[in-house]
Design a protein around this ligand. Structure first.
Ligand code: NAD
Ligand code: ZN
Length: 1296
């Protein structure tokens, strides 16, 4: 067991680290710091837990000496928390000590975390001009940080730690046993400081932290159920060593530089920015948590300044996440804890300006050049501009300063496919491979973890000749050793498939005779069967542990591939082929791999594997006699010493296009004509025909853009028609070039780009338009009218929206570079998905000047399209005069905590005239102009915090309609308050104070109706309120609706958390009949299902009209606030809606989304066009993908349901929940269903059997079981039972 360790600081041996030190501590204090009075100050938490042990120890030690009569131990207990670090507490303690006649010889013991240590330290520093203090830190943070170094302080209303003193403690007792009672969050908080120290000082220590993540986090999670305490025994020694290591660094630095300045502020890594966040986010967010965010920002700053690599930043963020620390203020837990408190960049900078460590106006920040290394042996001065860029969400790009004839080399991040292959091949080789340009992503991390766990290779990061990060892989020649641990591969398909083949090489060890590969729930659904079959056919022993055909699998050790002929079905995934190819050289004899079952998919990836195997010394030959057949020799891989991972070719299009658009020369030195990546053809097939000079060798590509001459983009030529099917991801890059080329470009073959991070075709059209470029969507492409020159581009007034799509952001950053003026790219961080250092490259390599930006209106500008919450953005209400805009606008404002403003009043206030007077003086036209001005101003100047009601006629003005539709497309909310026009007329006829209309009301209504609909994205149906009860109800349901459409509804999460949830089906032609009993009907139910297909049809139609359905929803909402599930059930699925009435269905489904229903049932059998439109417009409505087998012929263990599930996982991945309804012909069908349920868990799942025999499945289904109610006339489906029946039955069978 760990002995206690002494660490010296400032030349004295005053720090003691160990376990259970209290007794020794008291003895040592009594001996070495003799006094008549000892004062122990602590907080109530610690007083309850630990004060007694001090009192006892003190009594026993003083009893043994004569001191007992003259020595006293006093204690003072303060409330826990930062609030105690105050002048008030300090004064109270001092007064109490004075009253207790404490004198200069008093020794204070500070027992607690940093709050106690700092505050009591300051008391000691000033009491009687300074008395002795002993620090007894009890939090991990205070053990490694605050108790050491002698800084003491209290907080003032002006900021934290602003008043204090340096006062060195006489002793610091770090008793690690105190950590047994420390809450988990406080432990994590302390880890931030330990990680910090390793990050700037000691890479070895950092590695140790990386290695011990699991041990630490599990130790601190496993709490005794009764006491809540942890058992530290499993980490006792490591914890001791880590804490000592961290303390030693701090003690060394403090000793080398006792006072501020110089070396000491190196300890502040992560703190300069972290403190600024802390000032805003305290007390909800803890010091260490803010420092974690600060470290990420300061590391990003180092990268931005060209000092630190991407992979070092990735390594830092990875370890912070692993220990449970936040890495951004956008982490959901931070947003939740602070209720979305904003951290405006300007405020952060202002706070940093008063940092004690600044030198003049320069901010001092510790910059890293690698993990464990700083740029200078102290903090460095950094400009505000650079800091602001790092903190701000948006980037402002400026072309001024670009070198005209620059020649630039750029290496984009590595390709994922190549990285994973390289890791396997290097591990299987004999010798050391230095891998350059490795991509760091979740997939590649899983691969590396697995290979190290199986002793397949040793990995070490080192710094290359030109400062790049190099992964040194010491291969173990295929000696894989079973470790006994399950190998977890997350959702990494490549790792799972590749490793499944590789682990057939495994040898047994003392620990295990097999290897288990497993993954997350999603991975456990993905197929691997064909590969496993092929491996088994050649001698491997493999078992499925859960679902046949998927992970987890158990691969027996010592059962290697035998060699000879192997057949593999390669029509599902080329990864199977690559996996087998790579493992094959280690089979006992050569393998002939025959790909059977048709044309293999993704041949280029197979070729990629074979080419890479050759680089590692193994030549695969293709059979000349047999199609799709390969011969792999039996032979060991040889490490090539150096292997440069080809950059990702899609990423490479950006720097190459940079050359094209700026007339400079750019070389990507590691992608050339021999590349097997489709996008590698971009330079030759797109840039060359556009007029660029392209020089491509086998391994490199150089592009020189047409000389810029007088026009900024030179003479790029359009491509009249280009099919980009072989490189769809590059179409965005081509589009921005086309925008400045001469002539019109049509790009086709890119339909898949509509379903990427966003609808990229629509996004490009929308954003190009902002630059004054005309573009149109084509069914499978885009048409762009080039402007011929960049100098005639417009500068987008409010910037480019990036749709959370890295490719949109990177491509528009190119256009921004040449546009005449500064262009704002919003939410720039989305590039992190594939090229985290893109902006840094633009800045340091391309010399594009960048500035951070965050406009008040932009700060939280979030788009509904990307499903981000509205976040207090102002809401606009439109609708006919008399529709209830003011009433509902008021309710909306009330429900969301916004201010309500009628724009008519604003107009009256601004002009000092009534509306009637304005119209009289300036005519309708003058009034409309003023009205437009007020609207325009309101949406820009008061973008947050308001609900605006517009005048009824606002939609008459085309510009106003533009403002409204743009507001929507930028993610804003415009609500149309709708009321039956007949009721409006009735209502208005009694109101004589309003100016008369020019036209008669009804024709006005007819003209505007369509406009109201086009200019709004939500609709509130104003159903006449008849009594107070309804007013109460509508308030409640309106609030729920608004929470939904603004993205803060918790309905779905609440339901998912419940043990059981239900929905009751309303099966009426008109729901009005059910309303008197609605409270009873919905009792126990979480949702009301509105069966729209059962509602009364419109005259001469077989489907209900949208207007009628809107009214029905309006009626429900004034009677109940129970959330609505909106269902249009088709005839083929057992409903009444004609399957062929597709257009009506679209109208109703989109109408439902506009009404903000909580759930929408989307039948999987709708044509794709219907589903796509619904998914695009979904907002925050939850979509339930449903399928019903009314024929009763689908079996739960048959192929149909399996196929349906696969559809959900692939093309219908939009589903928030899945509902499958089958039919039970016999009781056994329920058990088959349960088996299906238990093996299909990647989405919330409603699964039941219809029919009398299926009722058991309704009891066993726990999520949103459809129920009937005794008061309802017809059951919505055969076999439906009520909530009460289900609950009773569940009790009977003990399923609760
Ligand atoms: N002086 C310095 O150099 C320095 C350095 C870093 C931080 N700080 C200061 O330290 C303070 C934060 O200190 P902290 O993180 O230790 O928080 P803290 O002192 O507020 O303690 C955190 C919580 O844990 C409880 N607690 C402490 N030890 C416990 C234990 N062993 N078992 C159960 N509960 C326990 C406390 O009662 C408190 O509720 C801040 O004010 C910060 O400014 C000072
Ligand atoms: Zn700190």
């Amino acid at each position: 067991m760990a002995q206690s360790t002494r660490v010296s600081i400032l030349g004295k041996d005053t720090i003691v680290v160990g376990y259970n030190l209290v007794d020794n501590l008291v003895k040592e204090v009594l001996t070495d710091l003799p006094s008549s009075t000892y004062v122990i100050v602590t907080d109530t938490h610690l007083a309850d837990l630990h004060l007694n042990s001090f009192v006892t120890a003190f009594a026993s030690h003083t009893a043994a000496t004569d001191a007992s009569s003259s020595t006293r131990l006093l204690s003072y207990v303060v409330p826990p928390g930062e609030a105690s670090k105050s002048r008030h507490t300090k004064a109270a303690i001092e007064d109490w000590m004075l009253e207790a006649k404490c004198t200069r010889d008093t020794v204070v013991l500070a027992l607690g975390g940093g709050v106690i240590g700092d505050m009591v330290g300051f008391v000691a520093a000033t009491f009687m001009r300074g008395i002795k203090i002993v620090q007894i830190p009890t939090t991990l943070l205070s053990m490694v940080d605050s108790s050491i170094g002698g800084k003491t302080a209290i907080d003032t209303p002006n900021g934290k730690n602003l008043v204090g003193a340096f006062w060195q403690p006489s002793r610091i007792f770090v008793d690690l046993a105190f950590l047994e009672t420390l809450p988990e969050r406080e432990f994590i908080n302390g880890m931030a400081e330990i990680i910090k120290t390793a990050a700037f000082w000691d890479e070895k220590e950092f590695e140790r932290l990386e290695k011990n993540v699991v041990e630490f986090t599990t130790a601190f999670k496993n709490r005794n159920a009764k006491t809540g305490h942890v058992d530290l025994s499993s980490i006792k020694q490591v914890l001791h060593d880590l804490v000592v290591g961290s303390i030693k660094v701090k003690a060394y630095v403090v000793t080398a530089d006792e006072r501020e300045g110089g070396l000491r502020n190196i300890l502040n890594f992560g703190h300069s920015i972290g403190h600024a966040y802390e000032a805003i986010l305290t007390p909800q967010i803890l010091h260490g948590e803010c420092v974690a965010i600060g470290m990420v920002k300061e590391a990003e700053l180092s990268r931005y300044l060209g000092l630190l690599s991407d992979s070092a930043v990735a390594r830092l963020t990875k370890i912070l996440v692993a220990y449970g620390l936040p890495i951004s203020v956008n982490d959901s837990i931070i947003r939740e804890r602070t209720h979305n408190r904003a951290t405006p960049v300007d405020q952060l900078i202002k706070i940093m300006a008063v940092d004690k460590k600044n030198v003049g106006s320069k901010k001092m920040i510790v910059l890293l050049t690698a993990i464990g290394k700083t740029f200078e042996p102290k903090a460095s001065a950094v400009s505000d501009d650079a800091i602001k860029f790092i903190l701000a969400p948006d980037a402002l790009l400026d072309s001024a300063g670009l070198a005209k004839d620059a020649k630039i080399d750029v290496i984009p991040p590595g390709s994922k496919s190549i990285t994973n292959r390289a890791l396997i091949l290097a591990a299987l080789s004999s010798g050391v491979t230095n891998l350059y340009n490795l991509l760091r992503s979740d997939d590649t991390e899983h691969m590396m973890n697995a290979l190290s766990n199986l002793s397949g290779a040793n990995f070490a990061w080192k710094t290359g000749k030109s400062g790049e990060d190099v992964l040194q892989v010491s291969g173990h020649s295929g000696n894989i050793i079973a470790s006994g641990d399950d190998i977890f591969l997350g959702n990494s398909g490549t790792s799972s498939r590749f490793l499944a083949a590789v682990v057939t090489l495994a040898k047994s060890s003392a620990k295990a005779d097999n290897v288990v590969l497993t993954g997350n729930a999603r991975m456990k659904q993905r197929p691997i069967g064909a590969l496993v079959d092929a491996l088994k056919s050649n001698g491997a022993h493999i078992d499925y542990l859960e679902t046949v055909g998927s992970l987890p699998i158990r691969v027996e050790a010592d059962k290697h591939l035998e060699g000879g002929r192997v057949e593999l079905a390669a029509t599902v995934s080329s990864q199977y082929v690559s996996a087998l190819l790579m493992a094959a050289p280690y089979a006992s004899s050569p393998i002939t791999l025959a790909l059977v079952g048709g044309k293999p998919v993704s041949q280029p990836y197979i070729d990629m594997t074979i080419t890479m195997m050759r680089s590692f010394g193994v030549d695969v030959t293709r059979s000349k006699t047999e199609e799709n057949t390969y011969v792999i020799p039996s032979q060991a891989y040889v490490a090539p010493a150096e292997y440069v991972i080809e950059s990702d070719a899609s990423s490479a299009t950006y720097p190459l296009a940079f050359a094209a658009i700026t007339g400079t020369t750019v070389t990507v030195p590691n992608i050339g004509s021999s590349s097997l990546q489709g996008d590698a053809k971009f330079a030759v097939d797109v840039l060359r025909p556009m007029g660029c000079e392209v020089v491509q060798t086998e391994t490199s590509t150089t592009v020189t853009g047409p000389s810029r001459g007088t026009t900024a983009a030179g003479q790029l030529r359009s491509l009249p028609l280009v099919d980009m099917e072989p490189m769809t991801d590059a179409f965005l890059t081509a589009s921005v070039l086309a925008a400045v080329a001469t002539g019109t470009t049509q790009i086709i073959g890119i339909a898949n780009q509509r379903v990427k991070e966003c609808d990229r075709i629509a996004a490009m059209v929308h954003e190009l338009t902002k630059f004054g470029v005309r573009a149109r969507e084509l069914p499978d492409g885009i048409e762009i009218e080039g402007r011929g020159s960049a100098s005639v581009l417009q500068v987008p007034e409010d910037g480019v929206w990036t749709y959370d799509d890295h490719r949109v952001a990177m491509s528009f950053s190119l256009l921004a570079v040449v546009a005449p003026g500064k262009v704002l790219i919003k939410e720039r961080r989305c590039v992190e998905k594939t090229w985290p250092g893109w902006w840094d490259t633009l800045n340091t390599t391309f010399k594009v000047s960048l500035a951070g930006s965050e406009h008040a209106t932009d700060q939280q500008q979030l788009s509904i399209k990307t499903k981000q919450a509205n976040n207090g953005r102002s809401i606009i209400v439109i609708g006919m005069r008399g529709a209830g805009k003011t009433y509902f606008g008021g309710l909306i404002a009330e429900a969301l905590g916004l201010k309500f403003e009628d724009l008519d009043w604003s107009l009256e206030n601004a002009t000092g005239k009534t509306i009637a007077e304005i119209i009289k003086d300036q005519g309708w036209q003058g009034f409309r102009q003023l009205e437009l001005d007020v609207l325009r101003q309101s949406v820009t100047d008061r973008a947050y915090g308001f609900t605006f009601a517009c005048g009824g006629g606002i939609v008459e003005t085309p510009e106003a309609r533009d403002i409204l539709t743009k507001y929507i497309s930028d993610g804003g909310i415009v609500i149309n308050v709708h009321r039956d026009v007949k009721l409006i007329m009735e209502y208005l006829s009694v109101d004589k104070t309003r100016p008369s209309y020019v036209d008669d009301l009804f024709s006005v209504w007819q003209r505007r109706e369509q406009w109201y609909s086009e200019c709004s994205n939500f609709l509130i149906y104003n159903s006449e309120l008849e009594n107070d009860n309804q007013i109460t109800k509508i308030r409640k349901s309106l609030k729920a609706t608004l929470q939904l459409i603004t993205g803060v509804s918790t309905v779905h999460d609440d339901i998912l958390r419940k043990q059981r949830s239900f929905f009751v089906c309303l099966t009426f032609p008109d729901v009005t009949i059910a309303m008197p009993d609605i409270d009873q009907l919905t009792q126990g139910s979480d949702l009301i299902e509105l069966r729209v297909d059962l509602l009364q049809s419109a005259p001469n139609k077989s489907t209900p009209s949208l207007a009628y359905v809107q009214e029905q929803v309006g009626i429900i909402r004034k009677h109940t606030s129970v959330p609505i599930l909106f269902t249009v059930r088709t005839i083929s699925q057992g409903g009444a809606f004609p399957n062929e009435a597709v257009d009506d269905a679209i109208e109703l489904l989109l109408g439902a989304l506009k009404l903000g229903v909580e759930y929408l049932d989307v039948e999987l059998n709708w044509p794709e066009s219907v589903i796509n439109q619904v998914v695009a417009a979904r907002g925050f409505t939850k979509l339930i993908a449903s399928n019903h087998d009314f024929t009763g012929s689908w079996k739960w263990d048959g192929p149909e349901w399996q196929a349906a599930w696969q559809q959900v996982e692939s093309s219908a991945n939009w589903a928030d929940a899945v509902k499958f309804v089958g039919f039970a012909n016999e009781g056994l069908d329920n058990y088959k269903l349960e088996n299906f349920r238990s093996t299909h868990t990647s989405k919330p799942f409603i699964a039941i059997n219809m029919g009398k025999k299926g009722q058991l499945s309704r009891v066993l289904n726990r999520l949103l079981t459809p129920v009937t109610h005794p008061l309802l006339p017809a059951k919505a489906a055969p076999g439906q039972i009520s909530v009460d029946q289900i609950v009773q039955a569940a009790e009977l069978i003990g399923d609760d």
